[in-house]
Design a protein around this ligand. Structure first.
Ligand code: ADP
Ligand code: MG
Length: 458
């Protein structure tokens, strides 16, 4: 059985930045995929070149992981695909969505979905959202704005870490609104896309058409609003759009990876508006919720997932549902490609590069080696006492990772980090944990180092 492109895409989504995913991977269509080769179709040469340069290897790797075969990859260009998919790079703004997915959405809903090409993900409905303590509040708030758009809370601001269901709930609101007999017009887009369309409108002198598009809609659903940070012109335009919609009673829903007061370089007037309605957070899902999500996935895929294997997955992927899903897809793809049943041993083997190997645990010296390499610091400096930031920060990250990834106690770690006191390591651990939450770039660096460690030990 050949793998399918949706699975590959899902795995890619775990590995590339969300924005890059939307821009470069989402627009790729698959023409043919079998166990020999994959032919992808790019909407234009620009995307094709970029994709080949940056993502082709990822795709090959994933296909190799899924099939244990080297699958040939070709990319061709189809201009029509571009018109359909990448309007913000290649086309002037259009008013209404072409009815490509007529059969998917209800007839009444079709013309109401003004977002040109940004599709509602059919999987992201309320019905398929598993509710648990961690997301109950955000879920209830989403339902109430969907039921009473413009009346319950306006705006609704949903925030939480990566892969915890913000986009899912946002689309859920969209689906719900569109399923109503008299559904309002809905625009759902990422803030990146808002920015891109605006830039394009300015360049092409279509700014009025751009503004008009947002008039008279009943709901504006913007994903990942944090990307407006630092974009002054976009913020200005968004401010006016927001005011106009707010005054006309349209429902606004925004998602973000952090609360408004932690978005840097955001105009105060927007920051305060974001808090006018209700701010709801989503926390990492509890074990029971993760298990329930796995159960749903297994049922959906008609895959038999024994409960000990489900527990193994749920325990190893705690902080991000997207990764949990990715792990499930991998395991079930492996099982079906090889015609075997899922069990814990097999899951452990298939996911070894993601979760580390119990037979080959990470040691503090492995961590020190990777940290040195990553930050280009010499080991004696890392273990020494120099306090410059470019050495002290890697040192603290090393201490943090040692605590996170090994069984070593704080005193043991201190000992291995040049004989430091355990309180120094406790402090470093707390500090880095805190910084990780606030600084996405740092968070990504640490995730990168972890990834390298797994690879080097895998
Ligand atoms: P975010 O936007 O917060 O990064 P997403 O909404 O994209 O996260 O969710 C990541 C994946 O996890 C999606 O496939 C989504 O359907 C799934 N997911 C997240 N939370 C839940 C949940 N409570 N129930 C079912 N699926 C969920
Ligand atoms: Mg999202």
């Amino acid at each position: 059985m050949a793998p399918n492109w949706a699975d590959v895409k899902q795995l890619l989504a775990n590995r590339v930045d969300a924005r890059d995913f939307t821009t470069w991977i989402e627009p790729m269509a698959v023409d043919n995929l079998d166990d020999e080769q994959i032919s992808l179709v790019a909407p234009n040469k620009f995307v094709s070149d970029w994709f080949q340069e940056h993502y082709a290897d990822f795709v090959r790797d994933i296909l190799f992981e899924l099939t244990s075969r080297n699958i040939r990859l070709t990319v061709t260009v189809d201009g029509n695909a571009g018109k359909r998919q990448l309007s913000f790079l290649s086309e002037p703004i259009v008013e209404k969505a072409p009815d490509r997915d007529a059969d998917r959405n209800k007839k009444v809903a079709r013309n109401r979905f003004v977002s040109d090409n940004y599709q509602l993900n059919p999987k992201y409905t309320f019905a398929r959202f598993v509710v648990g303590g961690s997301n109950q509040f955000a879920h209830a708030a989403s339902i109430s704005v969907a039921k009473k758009p413009g009346m319950a809370f306006n705006p609704l601001f949903l925030y939480g870490g990566t892969g915890l269901g913000k986009t899912h709930l946002l689309h859920g609101v969209g689906h719900y609104l569109l399923s109503q007999e008299k559904s309002p017009q809905v625009i759902l887009m990422t803030s990146e896309r808002f920015t891109n369309e605006l830039i394009q409108a300015i360049q092409q002198g279509h700014i009025n058409a751009f503004r008009k598009k947002f008039r008279k809609i009943g709901a504006l659903l913007i994903d990942d609003i944090q990307f407006l940070a630092g974009k002054e012109r976009t913020q200005e335009e968004f401010f006016h759009t927001f005011n106009e919609l707010y005054e006309s009673g349209a429902q606004i829903v925004l998602t973000s990876d952090r609360p408004p007061n932690q978005i840097d370089r955001l105009e105060d007037r927007l920051r305060s508006r974001f808090g006018w309605g209700l701010i709801a957070d989503i926390q990492p899902a509890e074990l029971e919720t993760r298990l329930a999500i796995l159960n749903d996935l297994a049922r959906e895929a008609s895959t038999n997932l024994p409960s000990d294997a489900a527990m193994f997955l749920a325990e190893n992927f705690q902080s991000n549902i997207r990764e949990l899903e990715g792990a499930f897809i991998r395991v079930s793809a492996y099982a079906s490609l090889n015609g075997v049943d899922i069990n814990v041993d097999m899951a452990r083997r298939v996911l070894r590069t993601l979760i580390g190997d119990v037979d080959n645990p990470v040691g503090i010296d492995d961590i020190q080696r990777e940290v040195c390499e990553y930050f280009r610091v010499k080991l004696p400096d890392l273990l020494g006492s120099r306090k410059m930031r470019n050495i002290a920060l890697p040192r603290q990250i090393g201490g943090y990772l040692a605590r996170e990834l090994t069984d070593a106690s704080f005193p043991e770690i201190g000992h291995k980090f040049g004989g430091r006191d355990h309180t120094t390591i406790i402090h470093a651990h707390r500090k880095i944990a805190e910084m990780r939450r606030k600084d996405p770039a740092l968070d990504r660096s640490i995730a990168d180092i972890q990834q390298r460690l797994r690879r080097s030990l895998g």
